[in-house]
Design a protein around this ligand. Structure first.
Ligand SMILES: [Zn+2]
Length: 281
């Protein structure tokens, strides 16, 4: 279950504008679709690799680099936190049969879904930060905004401005974003009863991004890094390398097993990961 408790106040590291972001205390990954490249559809938790855009200077930063200035309770939020205009994609809009109750809960979850970070809760002693509380009394804070897919190429064009961690986050998002073209084709072919894998023909931009991302990840830390590296090798058609890495994963999971099986079958296309709650009965 995804639960929220108030907001965290985070400053833009570049211009110091203070933003509010929902404080997620627990979350789940349930979503209608999960894919091998970590794409998921309308997930209740999508951290967007922590890549954020300042509402004032419009530059990009990692949420982990934004200084924490304090906490706003859920009760204070309506007075202190701006409510963003809610855009609901057509596929999430309600049909006429919905009851008011299901409508309200769904909209609430959707609005809070867009931003937020599930880990690194504020330590209790920081919650009475006086400066943040004083500032909180005087104005409403804008919501912290994630970077859009359309921003990613521009960030990479000016990559000398940014940290290696920010560029790595951007390249992961760009990889997933560029795979969306194939996802659309695959969906259409699957609906016609055809096997879609041969339609995955990555462009030079995609190949270049995947190779550069692999080089960055070789030096990075992180629990699921090995699976991501294996998936990149598989999508580049380097099946033996992918199999070798996945056979050494200490705790195999459905995702690593699905990618391993695809590599063994010589499939390079991104593939859906089907969890039991998604399987048709
Ligand atoms: Zn800024």
């Amino acid at each position: 279950m995804t639960r929220f408790d108030g907001y965290r106040l985070l400053a833009c590291p570049l211009c110091h504008t203070i933003h509010a972001t929902v404080n997620i205390v627990s979350f789940n990954f349930m979503a209608p679709e999960h894919w091998s490249d970590s794409y998921s559809v309308y997930s209740l938790f999508d951290n967007r690799q922590g890549l954020r855009q300042c509402v004032t200077c419009h530059d990009f930063f990692l949420q982990s680099d934004a200084p924490y200035l304090g906490h706003i309770t859920s009760e204070q939020a309506s007075r202190l936190v701006e409510t963003p205009p809610a855009y609901i994609p057509p596929s999430l809009r309600h049909k006429s049969g919905d009851t008011p109750d299901t409508r309200q809960s769904w909209i609430k979850r959707f609005k809070e879904w867009w931003s937020g970070k599930p880990h690194s809760q504020p330590p209790p002693e920081d919650t009475k930060d006086t400066q943040a509380v004083d500032e909180a009394r005087s104005k409403k804070y804008p919501r912290l905004k994630s970077a859009n897919d359309e921003d990613l190429a521009g960030i990479l064009e000016h990559q000398e401005k940014y940290s290696v961690s920010l560029i790595q986050a951007t390249r992961i998002l760009y990889w997933v974003y560029l795979n969306d073209t194939y996802r659309r084709t695959a969906k259409a072919l699957t609906e016609k009863g055809q096997i879609p894998y041969s339609a995955f023909n990555p462009t030079e931009t995609q190949i270049d991004n995947m190779r550069t991302l692999l080089a960055l990840l070789e030096f990075a830390d992180g629990g699921s890094r090995a699976i991501t590296i294996a998936e990149l090798h598989r999508e580049l058609g380097q099946f033996d390398r992918a199999i070798d890495i996945l056979q050494k994963v200490a705790e195999p999971c459905l995702k690593s097993e699905t990618i391993l099986e695809a590599a063994r079958q010589g499939i390079s296309a991104p593939i859906p990961i089907l969890y039991s709650y998604q399987k048709k009965k």
